[in-house]
Design a protein around this ligand. Structure first.
Ligand code: HEM
Length: 481
């Protein structure tokens, strides 16, 4: 809220194309930060995107949910449309409604619910790895995306009807991609926009139909015994909790969208960074072979969010934290101002789109010296706050699935490294690309599989990855030096 005597003025403004942000959010944020500082508005024809960088601005935004509303999906669709219902999950909710629905859903993601999913995660991972043989080349980006399609589908709908779950999962994946791609164009629509928008609305209707059929095909018996998210929501409904069928549709779509790509990209980036850092890989492989498999898998670790737990003790834990710092799957998050709103000394107009960025925050040199280097051992000594390090967001919208995501990473990564050594195919073009808020490799990421335990040297690569990460030099360069 603005006090009557407020002396705030508009934030520093740079005129430019809004499309520059959606085409390359990281490049655009870096350029604007250099030109105008940590709080800047990019403006085109009276429309603005406000970019806020750094821990203090993250805190102001995340602790003021009344003024900074969450609006995850760019295109909500017409009232009473399937698109509107599918996009009405937690991330589009604010205030009391959000609190109440989040409380209903919490049970599915609590620490005590995690063992119920572990077996399923291990089963799908084993299945994927059955195709991994030394000497073969695999696209780890595709493998991790497919694996997470299976895991997210089973997590949502259970293992009783795996083919149907996978079919709906596949439709969800396609619908989320449509939203990401069309959402970008929606900022500055071109002639392509309307036919694609229409296509998405029609597809949303088919998807909703399938989810509703899945809900009604379940006998109350199945719902009362299942460990999956849908069963849990159905049980909540049966106990009189106020969750309508269309709210269930929205929450199911959100959980799928929030879990699949984020976790797949985190798995891919972590395996990639390990393959490019032989010394870290060696340390991790030693730890994994020292410990019986089960020790690594049983208890879900704390998610590294909010107030950080004690300093990191296991190599795997440090590797995961550092990977999510250097290449966070969620590169930025967005809010919309609910009325005129102050941020620092700047006055933001109502309905301004405000961006705060995990990627940019994690590159603060004071907090993380040599921030472009993948250096897991830094976690032996540092303890950033939840606004300085926020791979899972923060405040009221803190990722509900963070503990489950950490469990998936803690199961899949050791199983994968026990199965094969990894070498990125030399001279591959590796580009990091942000679509909507999510940060992933733009092209396939081919990796040659080696005998388990073999540690390969760093591969020379091309692409914009060199603007994002500083790699150790190749062995021959080290020897020459
Ligand atoms: C490494 C993997 C993951 C990352 C990096 C991640 C990241 C995030 C971030 C940054 C947010 C907050 C977005 C915002 O503030 O606008 C969020 C919210 C959320 N995430 Fe995750 N997530 C991951 C995995 C998962 C998984 C596995 C699930 C579910 C099974 C999940 C469910 C959710 C939900 C339901 C929300 C919305 C919370 C709310 O609005 O109250 N996420 N996630």
């Amino acid at each position: 809220m603005i006090s009557p005597e407020s002396s705030s003025s508009a934030p520093p403004t740079v005129n430019g194309r809004l499309r520059d942000f959606s085409d390359d959010p990281i490049g655009c944020m870096r350029r604007l930060q250099k030109e105008a500082g940590n709080l800047v508005a990019l403006e085109q024809d009276g429309q603005q995107i406000v970019i806020a960088i750094g821990a203090d601005l993250n805190r102001q935004i995340l602790t003021n949910g009344d003024q900074f509303h969450s609006q995850f999906f760019a295109l909500r669709g017409p009232k009473n449309s399937a698109q509107r219902r599918l996009t009405s999950g937690l991330l589009s909710m604010n205030g009391q409604e959000h609190l109440q629905q989040r409380r209903l859903m919490k049970g599915a993601f609590e620490k005590k619910a995690i063992p119920g999913y572990s077996q399923m995660i291990g089963h799908h991972t084993q299945d994927m790895l059955s195709d991994w043989q030394p000497g073969r080349t695999r696209d780890i980006s595709k493998d991790m995306t497919d694996l997470m399609l299976r895991i997210s589908s089973s997590m949502l709908f259970g293992m009783k009807e795996p083919e149907l779950a996978l079919e709906i999962g596949g439709m969800m994946e396609r619908w989320i991609r449509m939203n990401q791609e069309i959402g970008i164009v929606a900022l500055v629509p071109d002639q392509d926009f309307f036919p694609r928008y229409q296509e998405m609305l029609t597809f949303a209707e088919k998807l909703e139909e399938r989810i509703l059929a899945m809900i009604s095909s379940r006998s109350s018996n199945a719902a009362s015994s299942g460990h999956d998210v849908l069963s849990l929501l159905q049980r909540a409904k049966q106990t009189g909790a106020p969750m309508t069928e269309s709210q269930m549709v929205g929450q199911a779509a959100l959980v799928f969208g929030a879990s699949q790509m984020t976790t797949a990209h985190t798995l891919t980036w972590t395996l990639f960074l390990l393959a490019q850092h032989p010394e870290v890989m060696q340390e991790l492989v030693d730890q994994i072979s020292d410990k019986p498999e089960s020790n690594l898998r049983i208890s879900p670790p704390e998610a590294p969010t909010g107030i950080m737990p004690a300093n990191s003790t296991s190599v795997l834990d440090r590797v995961i934290r550092e990977s999510m710092r250097v290449l966070p799957a969620s590169a930025y998050s967005q809010r919309v101002t609910n009325g005129s709103t102050e941020l620092n000394d700047a006055l933001l107009k109502p309905n301004s789109l405000v961006i705060f960025s995990q990627f940019m925050t994690h590159r603060n040199e004071q907090l993380f010296p040599s921030s472009s280097k993948f250096h897991p051992d830094r976690w032996k000594t540092i303890r950033p706050t939840g606004y300085e390090y926020l791979p899972f967001g923060g405040g009221a919208k803190l990722c509900l699935g963070a503990t489950l995501a950490m469990s998936i990473l803690n199961i899949v990564l050791p199983m994968t490294l026990q199965k094969a050594g990894l070498q990125v195919v030399p001279n591959t073009r590796v580009n990091g690309r942000v679509i909507s808020t999510m940060f992933s490799p733009e092209f396939p990421l081919p990796v040659t599989l080696l005998e388990p335990g073999t540690i390969a040297d760093t591969s020379s690569l091309i692409g914009n990855i060199h603007d994002l990460v500083t790699f150790p030099s190749h062995a021959s360069q080290r020897a020459a030096a």
